[in-house]
Design a protein around this ligand. Structure first.
Ligand code: HEM
Length: 420
């Protein structure tokens, strides 16, 4: 086989970093046009990273029997001040697998189905604040819903005053890193200087401390109620045991609650806001999805989750603008040849979900929102991969899709919205 050379982006490093931060989609479209589906970039900090988007390469890397890549926790080091050193995303190898095994069960199977009714009720409660004729920003509404779901369903905090206090604290704290510019305090350690309560980092760490105190107090209180049959995720994690009989320590619980909040709140909220946009942007899509919902004799969570057109709308929303443009970084454990390209051992690799989802050969007219493509064709998990893959595949993916469907269904069954 002839060995092909992998090209490196020709633009200077700092230009790549600025472009990829400020206009990530334009940057990626241009890279794909000029360099194809495999290229090296310096747009992620100092490390040269291999970006790839061909399904065959992704399959080769993520197939567990191949053992080609590892998902190094050290590559996510910048999240340490944000999530804490015990966060799942900072672990690797056996420790990572051990933690995943413990955190996974509440997000799957029967346990997750129990949350359906609660998700629909929370959506109704948040929607009650809307007045007829009022203009609102869909992203704010969906954020309020998903934040409430995380705090009630995952953290198990239902009590009025305590819930409100924690919600306000979390919302303010997350807003400090929610734009590409403000998030630079996490990206660049040189900006992490406490110059008092009004400086960006000073404000950030003071809020983080308050959140820490509240979460530790909550964990302590809930340990006393361990016999209760609460089924929120925190209660289940307190009771869960690793294979060696040990259970999670307080700091492990705290860091992983923050991880679930960060990984599961804005991601789902953004996707729901986009789904609302696409559904209301094309009247025929709105009619098809509403008709399907209205034809349900019993619109309960299980029936809603099985609707084929609603499922296709959610898949197409996750395809066209995947909230995570990339998976977390991987590192090659040995030299490998991908479709004729030689990749050295120790190379940092990032599959680009956005570019895979915009391949013309898989998704004709990729910029068009067309749910029917998911009805007419079955895509493999290397062709459609909004939740990544392999050993670090999104832990909340089943929960997220279930949540999306129930929130959209509750909105569409109870309200008639119009795009402004
Ligand atoms: C539409 C919503 C969501 C999207 C698009 C999404 C996407 C992703 C992606 C792309 C990854 C990285 C996968 C990889 O590197 O291969 C990831 C990881 C993760 N996600 Fe999600 N996610 C969503 C919602 C959620 C929810 C609701 C939760 C939990 C409440 C969650 C928890 C996690 C966790 C804990 C990880 C890290 C897993 C690990 O390190 O082993 N996500 N997610």
């Amino acid at each position: 086989m002839t060995v092909k050379r992998i090209e490196k982006l020709k633009t200077p490093k700092f230009i790549q970093q600025i472009e990829s931060t400020l206009k990530p989609l334009d940057f990626l479209d241009r890279c794909a046009k000029n360099y194809g589906d495999i290229f090296f970039t310096n747009s992620f900090g100092n490390l040269e990273t291999l970006v790839l988007s061909h399904p065959q390469d992704i399959q080769e890397l993520f197939n567990p029997t191949n053992k080609i890549v590892d998902a190094p926790g050290a590559a996510n080091e910048m999240f340490k001040p944000h999530l804490g050193e015990n966060s799942l995303i900072l672990q690797d190898g056996e420790r990572h697998q051990k933690h995943r095994k413990l955190i996974m069960p509440p997000f799957h199977g029967e346990q997750m189905l129990n949350y359906g009714q609660q998700i629909c009720e929370i959506t109704q409660q948040v929607l009650q604040h809307l007045k007829p004729g009022e203009t609102f920003i869909a992203r704010h509404l969906s954020e309020e819903i998903t934040m409430t779901i995380i705090l009630k369903v995952v953290f198990g905090i239902n009590e009025g005053l305590k819930f409100e206090k924690l919600k306000n604290l979390m919302t303010t704290w997350l807003s400090l890193t929610s734009s590409p510019i403000s998030a630079s305090i996490l990206l660049f350690p040189s900006l992490q200087k406490d110059l008092g309560a009004w400086s960006p980092w000073g404000r950030y760490i003071r809020l983080r401390r308050q959140i820490d105190e509240k979460l530790m107090a909550e964990i302590l209180e809930r340990r006393q109620q361990v016999q209760s049959n609460n089924n929120d995720v925190l209660s289940l994690l307190i009771k869960a045991k690793y294979e060696d009989g040990e259970s999670m320590s307080d700091v492990e619980l705290r860091d992983n609650l923050l991880t679930l909040l960060n990984a599961g709140h804005e991601t789902t909220a953004t996707t729901i806001a986009w789904a609302l946009y696409w559904i209301h942007q094309q009247p025929e899509i709105y009619h098809k999805v509403s008709h399907e919902l209205q034809s349900l004799k019993t619109p309960n969570p299980i029936n809603i989750a099985q609707l084929p057109y609603l499922t296709a709308v959610c898949q197409e929303t996750l395809r066209i603008y995947p909230v995570s443009l990339f998976t977390f970084p991987r590192i090659t454990l040995r030299a490998v040849n991908l479709r004729g390209y030689d990749v050295a051992s120790g190379t940092y690799v990032m599959p680009c979900i956005y570019l895979t989802h915009h391949r013309e050969d898989l998704y004709p007219q990729p910029d068009k929102f067309e749910p029917d493509r998911f009805i007419n064709r079955k895509y493999s998990s290397y062709e459609f991969c909004p939740f990544g893959g392999g050993s670090r595949q999104c832990l909340g993916q089943v929960f997220a899709v279930y949540e999306m469907k129930l929130i959209l269904a509750t909105i569409l069954l109870n309200y008639k919205l119009k795009l402004e």
